[in-house]
Design a protein around this ligand. Structure first.
Ligand code: PMP
Length: 310
């Protein structure tokens, strides 16, 4: 789906019509990818639209900005209000939210010394990134010929615009070869993550996932799934993942704000387990969607209502 149900954008402190939220072609970020961003979801709950783990996402945004030395000229509280404001103005009940902070136009010297920092937040309805039907059916992935950029080259823990060229190459290659998503390996053959998701495997009834010791973005959904697994008395082992873990897995799934919790049913044509969504994945999904929709009070602190009450 495109952006057709979004009319308003929050840009540099103001709500402006979608068509006015433009920038000059000389903007630094356009040339060098010098921006940091977040992807946040807002879910419909009985009490109204609610943002899922807004604080964790904003914390990561400021962390990404700190790594790249991008001084965001707004506080986290101001960006939180901006997020609510843009959802309210667009009268959205559930949506995806994209705050973006980037260097604007002043000079094209690579060091962005006097470039202004521009900030915008978009909100629009967006179905699960890997397909709504695949939440049940699962996706077919390939291990990419493109290696995940190692953290010593670009900091994987930061969510920066330019870093997504690595993801774009891997995803395009996967799609061109008939897959839904790519898993990017590390240079030493370990598995890193999807183009926009973290990975979980189920082996021996236990969940396995890697962490930032490997070059992954520490996902908010990943963190939520780990907490949910603990609450379900499912063991979680955090360690590097190898291709043989994937081949021997009984189940696999990926996690991300855009793709939520999506089962992986096949890797390079080889079925994962029985080649369908497995019972552990389904159990995690059930609690995850209870949490996002405000149907499980245990996770109420993860939701921030767009209208009023915290
Ligand atoms: N890895 C990458 C490369 C991503 O782009 C994302 C999406 N933000 C994730 C992992 C998952 O992170 P989160 O669960 O916070 O959306």
């Amino acid at each position: 789906m495109g952006f057709e149900r979004s009319e308003w954008v929050w840009k540099n402190g103001e709500i402006v019509p979608w068509a006015s939220a433009t920038l000059h072609i000389s903007s630094h970020a356009l040339h060098y990818g010098s921006g940091v961003f977040e992807g946040i979801r807002c879910y419909g709950t009985q009490a109204g639209p609610a943002l899922f783990r807004l604080d964790a996402h904003l914390a990561r945004l400021y962390n990404s900005a700190a790594v790249y030395r991008i001084p965001i000229p707004y506080t986290a509280e101001e960006l939180a209000s901006a997020t609510c404001e843009v959802i309210r103005q667009n009268r959205l009940r559930s949506c995806y939210v994209r705050p973006l902070c980037f260097y604007g136009s002043y000079s094209l010297a690579v060091a962005p010394l006097r470039c202004p920092v521009e900030v915008g937040t978009l909100a629009w309805p967006w179905e699960p990134l890997l397909g709504a039907a695949n939440i049940e059916k699962g996706v077919r992935v390939t291990v990419s010929p493109w290696t995940k950029l190692h953290s010593s080259m670009l900091p994987a823990t930061a969510k920066a615009s330019g870093q997504y060229l690595n993801s774009m190459l891997a995803l395009r290659d996967a799609v061109q070869h008939g897959f839904d998503e790519a898993i990017l390996p590390e240079l030493d053959g370990k598995l890193a993550e999807g183009s926009g998701e973290n990975i979980f495997l189920v082996r021996g009834g236990k969940l396995l996932t890697n962490d930032e010791e490997d070059s992954i973005l520490p996902g908010v959904t990943r963190d939520s799934v780990i907490r949910i697994a603990h609450d379900l008395d499912l063991a979680v082992e955090v360690r590097s993942l190898y291709p043989d873990d994937l081949l021997a897995a009984e189940e696999a799934f990926c996690t991300g704000t855009a793709s939520e919790v999506t089962p992986i049913r096949e890797v390079d044509g080889i079925p994962v387990g029985k080649g369908v969504r497995g019972p552990v994945t389904q159990q995690i999904q059930r609690v995850f969607y209870e949490a996002t929709s405000g149907r499980n009070p245990k996770y109420d602190s993860w939701l921030k209502l767009v209208e009023g009450r915290p």
